[in-house]
Design a protein around this ligand. Structure first.
Ligand code: ADP
Ligand code: MG
Length: 321
């Protein structure tokens, strides 16, 4: 069944939860929010376009999840506590099935992170989804790209490269992104692309521990490059230290797996820098969060990102150009 605009908005509105600091949510011309005294607002926006940011055949539930996940990941990389979001939808045709499936993915993640949808916009057009997410940090404590220091360790969370592995297989026509794969290794990679985990708890815990942070959406080398550029420093990476998942290692040749981890995007892990004196504290944090944290290099006085053991850098690797 196709939905009129009001019915569509209502179908989304009934899924939203309450938050004490939302004075007025969906239904008026604008929302009213009550930020905490002494805190700074952290605001980010990201748009996902069908066929550009996700395969056109991606299930609606996965689209809903990812639309919010990429924005939560930006809040995470700033060390922010998520609070509110808006959702601008451009839909070619709104069926109840599509909206309900989209809402399942979107609100599963929203509820898990206590972020509340407080408004948005709904239009007819090519499938495109745009979220603005807002969070808060105690004034002056946000993790910024420009705060790395020479001599810092460079860390990455999780096992980067998994989402890129799934994307390469989908592009090669060997992985269906729409349904569970029988091989648990392919299924692990597919889920990392379809439903990435924004590292919100990690980001918040890094406030006071890390110097600079960025989330890995475009690839480790590219995103670490943003920290270097903004901090006026360089980075020396060790490709042999990369924490590759068993699935990625089992399904790809070593050089391909390393390239996925160094240059593949869509993982939404955090890359951050911290003083070497923080190693014990970070090991304890990894144990507490049950999340792998791996030191993969050092911030230097130079500029740009250099990488030991990078097959592409050595000229021997062509696949990803
Ligand atoms: P207006 O014409 O005043 O902009 P709309 O009719 O577009 O208002 O929206 C009515 C209410 O529904 C507003 O509170 C708006 O924020 C909310 N809204 C519209 N689309 C969405 C959406 N996709 N998700 C959440 N809230 C929405
Ligand atoms: Mg209005």
């Amino acid at each position: 069944m196709s939905l009129a605009e009001f019915a569509l908005i209502n179908r989304i509105r009934v899924r939203t939860r309450e938050r004490a600091d939302v004075v007025l949510g969906i239904g008026d011309d604008a929302a009213l929010l009550q930020p905490r005294a002494g805190e700074q607002l952290v605001v980010t926006a990201d748009t996902l376009n069908s066929g550009v940011h996700f395969p056109a055949e991606t299930p609606a539930g996965d689209i809903g999840w990812k639309t919010l996940a990429v924005n939560l990941s930006d809040l995470a990389s700033m060390g922010a506590r998520p609070a509110w979001c808006t959702l601008a939808l451009s839909l070619p045709d709104a069926t109840t099935d599509w909206i309900d499936a989209f809402a399942e993915g979107f609100f599963a993640l929203a509820d898990a992170h206590d972020i509340v949808l407080i408004g948005g916009d709904t239009t007819r057009g090519p499938l495109s989804l745009s979220v603005t997410a807002m969070g808060q940090v105690p004034a002056g404590t946000a993790l910024r790209r420009d705060a790395a220091q020479a001599g810092d360790d460079i860390w990455v969370s999780g096992t980067p490269g998994d989402a890129a592995g799934a994307l390469r297989a989908w592009q090669a026509g060997t992985l269906d992104v729409r349904q569970p794969h029988v091989d648990p290794r392919w299924e692990a990679l597919r889920l990392r692309l379809a439903r990435p985990t924004p590292r919100v708890a990690l980001g918040r815990a890094l406030v006071g521990l890390a110097h600079a942070a960025v989330d890995v959406s475009d690839g480790l080398i590219a995103d670490l490059g943003h920290i270097c550029a903004r901090s006026g420093l360089g980075a020396q990476l060790d490709a042999t230290a990369l924490p590759l998942s068993d699935a990625l290692r089992g399904l790809f040749a070593d050089a391909d797996a390393r390239q996925c981890a160094l240059r593949g995007g869509d993982d939404y892990e955090l890359c951050f820098t911290a003083a070497p004196a923080r190693r014990d504290a970070l090991a304890a944090l990894a144990a507490q969060l049950q999340l792998r944290l791996t030191c993969i290099g050092t911030i230097t006085d130079g500029q740009g990102v250099a990488c030991d053991g990078d097959d592409a850098g050595a000229g021997g690797y062509q696949h990803f150009g």
